[in-house]
Design a binder for this molecule. Structure first.
Ligand code: HEM
Length: 442
């Protein structure tokens, strides 16, 4: 007989809304410690079933993939793109977009990763906003995504676009947990959200116009335009296919990478031994090898540090699925239409799954690969058929950005320690007070 899921519903009407708003990571970890691998909680009007066992996570993300779908509420952000679609529409879009992340595209992107990091390093001293390391990394990853996805050179209005993307991200964080649905005219956030989407539509249009002029470029917009010429039926059904998917790739691909690098720079600033190992590796690598797609896989220490940062501070700290039919989830009865919350942050810091679970311990990655730790124990890019489509791109990008910086500079803490703030991605409440200092190592 199936077991019933332990419930922790909090206060009448609001459930756990107050601790959720105050510190949702702390709330999640405490409830996880109290209830173990599965529990149901209520935040405002929403009931969530939190799962924290690799077997259950595998069932949701892989074995019962067709039953556990994305809810429509991500449409406000992503429109009808790959990130919000389900079933046949998702399969069709995934199979059109997947080949775009081919090795030819990655190869062409490598040069941009290095050049755009270098040009931002040259402006480092003259831009006072770069005292927040996250602004510096956001500018680099934004320039990269702009160049590789829509073929535009460094955008003159970075601050405007960055503000629009933060607004969209904040509105997504807050919306689902309001106790009531506010009418549009009482909700100033709704107006800001519409303005932000307008800013993004303008920039994407600029990229599409540019792609039409320069058909040789391998930018994703260009490849998408060509691919859809052979699929007119798709454009008839989903006229926003290009706009929504380009927006999704920008939104999903820029902040995630800059957050990871920001947390990583903080971790290295606190750990001299590992910072030195990474510096030595960056110097040796750039002295002895031409950077290419293949030999980047030889990085040992830099990869260990990237994996350890993604374990401790996964930017996609939680995501949800809803089940169409009732099911048995590893012995627990799950009625139909439940929202299941999966949190890489929670699972990747669970003491029964990880030795030194809350500590920075990159040594673990010298002994085992991510796959050997288990695809459902370590899944910062998710896992299963819906695994992040930009995973290889992001890994290459982070490796090259780090080599380019660390061969000349080290990260030093210059103010308060960052404090985690779980919005759509894992921010820091007080920024990242990290500065770059030349290290003079050769
Ligand atoms: C460190 C960097 C990144 C991390 C940690 C990350 C993480 C994730 C996660 C956890 C998901 C699954 C979300 C869910 O199922 O609800 C996802 C999906 C996705 N990511 Fe990433 N991502 C990163 C970089 C990128 C980049 C660079 C791109 C594109 C250029 C990208 C594009 C996407 C897209 C389009 C999806 C939706 C895939 C689908 O539903 O089939 N991501 N990512």
């Amino acid at each position: 007989m199936s077991k019933s899921i332990p419930k922790d519903l909090g206060l009448p009407l609001i459930g756990h809304l107050l601790p959720y708003q105050k510190d949702r990571l702390k709330m999640l970890v405490e409830l996880g410690q109290k209830h173990g691998e599965i529990f149901e909680l209520k935040v405002g009007p929403r009931h969530l079933v939190v799962i924290n066992s690799p077997e259950m996570i595998k069932q949701v993300l892989q074995t019962e993939f067709d039953n556990f779908v994305k809810r429509n509420n991500t449409k406000d952000i992503f429109g009808d793109s790959l990130a919000s679609a389900n079933a046949e529409s998702w399969k069709e879009q995934r199979s059109m977009l997947q080949p775009l992340f081919s090795s030819a595209f990655l190869k062409e992107s490598l040069v941009h990763f290095e050049n755009l990091t270098q040009s931002n390093l040259e402006n480092y001293d003259s831009n006072p906003n770069f005292s927040n390391m996250n602004v510096f990394f956001s500018k680099i990853t934004f320039d990269i995504i702009l160049k590789c996805i829509i073929g535009l050179n460094s955008y003159h209005q970075f601050e405007k676009v960055d503000k629009a993307l933060v607004e969209i991200s904040n509105s997504a964080t807050n919306k689902n947990y309001l106790p009531v649905n506010m009418p549009k005219f009482l909700n100033p956030g709704q107006k800001r959200l519409e303005n932000s989407h307008f800013v993004m539509r303008e920039i994407i249009k600029e990229g599409i116009d540019l792609a039409k002029e320069n058909e040789d470029s391998l930018s994703l917009v260009n490849v998408l335009i060509k691919a859809t010429k052979n699929a007119p039926e798709l454009l008839r059904r989903n006229k926003n296919f290009i706009n929504d998917n380009v927006f999704t790739l920008i939104f999903a691909g820029y902040e995630t990478t800059s957050q990871t690098l920001s947390w990583l720079s903080y971790l290295l600033s606190q750990n001299k031994k590992w910072q030195n190992l990474c510096i030595e590796e960056a110097i040796n690598f750039s002295n002895s090898k031409e950077i290419n797609h293949e030999n980047l896989k030889d990085l040992k220490y830099i990869d260990a540090v990237i994996n350890e940062s993604l374990r401790l501070y996964p930017p996609g700290w939680a995501f949800t699925r809803a089940n169409i039919k009732e099911t048995d989830l590893c012995g627990y009865h799950l009625k139909a239409d439940q929202t299941v919350l999966i949190s890489p942050f929670l699972t990747q810091r669970t003491s029964t799954l990880w030795e030194k679970h809350d500590s920075f311990y990159p040594e673990r990655w010298l002994e085992k690969t991510p796959a050997q730790f288990g695809r459902y124990n370590f899944f910062p890019f998710s896992s299963g058929p819906r695994v992040c489509i930009g995973m290889q791109f992001a890994m290459m990008e982070m490796r090259i950005i780090l080599i380019t910086i660390l061969k000349n500079y080290k990260f030093t803490l210059d103010g308060h320690h960052p404090i985690m703030d779980a919005r759509v991605t894992l921010f820091s409440k007080n920024g990242f007070n990290i500065k770059l200092e030349e290290h003079n190592q050769k």
